[in-house]
Design a protein around this ligand. Structure first.
Ligand code: ARG
Length: 458
């Protein structure tokens, strides 16, 4: 018999039971549901709604149910509807009539709201830790490769030479923002909805401050109607995940292209590559591709949540039951992607010579030459034009800028001398960047130092 069946004359249709049930998905909230019920019953005992003996019975019953579930002694059934009804029914089965007192001063609406918040809070903490681990992996590789030079790109065309560590630290910066974003989201979601009742509060003199302390929230939600209607924290977490996953996807894409024969800059360890069923020579970057692919599902989770909530009247509506599938999928996929990415970075090697050779072809020193001509009093727009002509000349004659004779340079700038060849040297081009945050060694060492300090403080 259903716990809410009092006003019904007929049984629910079987198909309706199946359609209505969320237990297949929300059973993973069992721990948080029991945590919430333990706190609630403790509070009910404090305010005298439960005697201390009744509270003890409920507490023991709930602890036994926890262990039954963890030891696979509970079979979740569609007729249980959801994890909240399931646990309450199990309690009543176990301890009898006292179990029927647990739901005093509570609704499933504030119950599910607190369960999910407790769950998402834990997930955000795990995500923050995994983000730090990936940042650590990037930092280590950057620290080990300060002298390695690679081409930097815009439009995926070779642009200017940069340090590999500078490139890796760009991702570190992105992940640092992700970390801060999750930490901000955590603070905002750290407010307790329990005690809101169905929507209007309850007629009992409950002690929500006490509940808040037991459940480890920073504050209590101020308005009961908002408390049961709010899924902002689910959407915000999903949105932060979507953004973070976009970062992982860009890195994944670069791992795919840089480990191709066409680039040949990065070498993935065998541990994070797979073979082909037909082509014996193949080593494919599947881990990176899956991260890129799962980014699509993660965007889907966010869009589903946003659309689900759009236009819902206050307070609870059953539409909101759909939130769990989305947030569980998003957090699961994001956590494993962060972990795989960290391991992939840790075990990856870099082909220094290939990367350096690639900086020699494609006129990556052209901007430095244009800047150099400015030192002869030539306006930048003109020096840009001159170097453009020199590049065209070099292409026509199959030369690099370093191969062009001093006489040819003098046709454009009469005072130019041998120093131009120093300017064109790729290593010089990297070091010549003077602005704060640039790719020169001093600046990159500063980034590494700041990163190491930041990581240590976490
Ligand atoms: N299974 C429901 C959910 O996940 C629990 C809340 C049900 N509340 C209600 N009034 N039907 O949203």
């Amino acid at each position: 018999m259903k716990l809410w069946s009092g006003r019904f004359k007929e049984n629910t249709n079987e198909l309706m039971d199946l359609f209505n049930a969320s237990i297949d998905i929300d059973s993973r909230l069992y721990k948080e549901d029991i945590e919430g019920s333990l706190a609630h019953s403790q509070m009910l005992s404090k305010i005298g709604i439960l005697t201390s003996d009744e509270y003890k019975q409920i507490e023991n019953g709930l602890i036994e149910i926890l262990s039954d579930i963890e030891n696979n002694r509970v079979e979740f059934k569609v007729t249980d509807e959801d994890i909240h009804m399931c646990i309450e029914s199990l309690l009543i089965e176990k301890i009898g009539v006292v179990g029927k007192k647990l739901h005093t001063a509570r609704s499933r609406n504030d119950q599910v709201a607190v369960d999910l918040r407790l769950y998402v809070k834990k997930e955000v903490k795990k995500i923050m830790l995994l983000t730090l681990q990936l940042m650590e992996a990037l930092y280590q590789k950057a620290n080990d490769n300060v002298e390695v030079i690679m081409p930097g790109y815009t439009h995926l065309q070779r642009a200017q030479p940069i340090r590999l560590s500078f490139y890796l630290m760009a991702y570190f910066s992105m992940l640092k923002r992700d970390y801060i974003r999750f930490s901000n989201a955590y603070q905002l979601m750290d407010s307790m909805p329990l005690g809101a009742g169905a929507l209007a509060g309850t007629g009992y003199e409950t002690d929500r401050e006490y509940l808040k302390e037991i459940l480890g929230f920073d504050s209590i939600m101020e308005n009961a109607l908002d408390a049961v209607s709010d899924r902002d924290y689910v959407i915000e977490t999903s949105s932060d995940i979507a953004l973070g996953m976009m970062h992982l996807s860009r890195l994944a894409e670069e791992i795919v292209i840089y480990s191709s024969k066409e680039f040949d800059f990065f070498a993935l360890s065998d541990q994070f590559s797979t073979g082909s069923s037909i082509m014996p020579q193949k080593k494919n970057p599947d881990a990176a591709e899956l991260i890129r692919g799962k980014t699509g599902s993660i965007y889907g989770n966010l869009i589903s949540l946003l659309v689900m909530m759009k236009g819902l009247p206050l307070a609870y509506n059953k539409d909101m039951q759909e939130d769990k599938k989305q947030i569980f999928e998003a957090t699961d996929n994001y956590k494993i992607s962060l972990e795989i990415m960290a391991k992939m970075i840790n075990t990856m090697t870099f082909k220094e010579d290939k990367m350096y050779m690639a900086t020699k072809e494609g006129f990556l020193n052209a901007t430095d030459l244009a800047d150099y001509l400015v030192s002869f009093g030539i306006p930048f727009r003109e020096s840009h034009e001159i170097v453009g002509n020199l590049v065209a000349f070099a292409i026509d004659n199959n030369l690099t800028l370093e191969d062009i004779s001093l006489d040819k340079y003098k046709e454009y700038v009469i005072d130019i001398d041998e120093k131009v060849y120093e300017i064109l040297d790729i290593k010089n081009c990297v070091e010549s960047k003077k602005s704060a945050g640039s790719t020169n060694k001093k600046s990159v060492l500063k980034m590494l130092e700041n990163a190491s300090k930041w990581l240590e403080e976490k």
